[in-house]
Design a protein around this ligand. Sequence first.
Ligand code: KIV
Ligand code: ZN
Length: 514
Amino acid sequence: MISKEQRILIFDTTLRDGEQSPGASMNHDEKLLIAKQLEKMGVDIIEAGFPVASEGDFLSVQGIAREIKNAQVAALARANSNDIERAWQAIETAQNPRLHTFISSSDIHLKYQLKKTRAQVLKKAMDAVIHARRYTKNVEFSPMDATRTDRDYLCEMVEAVIDAGANTINIPDTVGYAIPEEFGELIAYLFYKVKNIKRAIVSVHCHNDLGLAVASSLAAIKNGARQVECTINGIGERAGNAAMEEIVMALVTRKDLLNFHTKIKTKHIYHSSRLLSQITGIPVPPNKAIVGANAFAHESGIHQDGLIKKKITYEIMTPQSVGIPSSHIVLGKHSGRHAIQNRLEKLGYNLNDEAINKVFRRFKELADVKKEILDEDLEVIVYEEALRMDDKYRLVYLNVVSGNVAIPTATMQMEINKKIVQDAGFGVGPVDATFSAIRRITNTDYPLMKYAVNAITGGTDAQGEVTVQLKYNGRSVVGRGADPDVIVASAKAYINALNRLECLKANIRTAEVE
Ligand code: KIV
Ligand code: ZN
């Protein structure tokens, strides 16, 4: 007999755990844009942030809570009154708010980090849930580092917080330590041992340190978990979190083994992945499952032959099912505004008239120097013209002299808070000279962590896409810039990183998820 398909809740933490990825910090408008995209995809719960961390985090969570109507909005709080009150203030206006409180439960964390006994931590966990319940019945509790926690103590804590009023129990593999089979057994053990477990939804939250986050999440689902915590593209602390698109597509593709379903509209997966990558500057590796550039590319002759004969030979899901545009329309300098708008809609961007005008203007400029404009070119234009935050620093012009007989020199004019400033810089090469000019003009000198150039499309007229990572106060920001001239792209990327850094500075965190 075929059993009834069971529903899995998707809890997306791109805006909280995902934002903890090095360089992934997003501003208020960018977070709202991602939240709306998650709502459109059909995510059940959006973890919008950690409100006590900074004023900026608080305002972003509050903004998301006000706007989102078709998903629960969760805010994270450590197990103390101040965090819980701040988190509640941020989400109280949400249609369906959730308080998510957590405390470490492993002896390693208790001894070296919290410096508290098991009994003290157990009491703090219960008090936190009781406190949260004053505001809402929708309370999630996480025993942090659960997979390295003594099992009996874990069961004791889970039972106590359910009695205190938690209706979701999330079991995090905080350091990505568990082996999927072992993690599945842990979930089964909780169902076996914890008397009141049926009064709560069991959730899992797996990190990817051993590359096992998705496998562990699936093992947990097989053993009774009904909520999974994940992020778009698997971004997150260190090696990241379980990737939402991988979990969802595994459930869709292997219905024969996994009789579960989610509410995710899979055709929005690809656009969500691209949007997040554009906003954070974190590229999607070409071999990334589901959304990588090569995920549906078949190189070997035998595979191509099989595909021509019958797609199912080498394709376990279709690119269309995850929203990869089927045709590759090439636009050029004769393409009109309507054609651009049409293509943008196909790519998932519904922009207003003003934004389309800006994109169209930039498109025309690019089409003058580049024969074929591909989707990838359009995406960077959309990001730079329509999605990017208001900038403090702006490039006005750049002139670079270099070669094997000249000292590379960059002369540059920039706008800083709408005032024109100009200067020049020397360097060992044209990029070094350009960065030196920017540093002089902006009077900044942040350590450069990474500089990378990538051709967005093929051909020598391709736009160069440059990524620059700057370090500030133990955190980092990533800037990106695109232009057919890689030196100009480099300047744009550096300036974008400086603008993002301004945003980070305005939001210095006074608390972190330890
Ligand atoms: O990884 C973790 O343990 C967390 C918790 C706050 C749920 O992110
Ligand atoms: Zn986490």
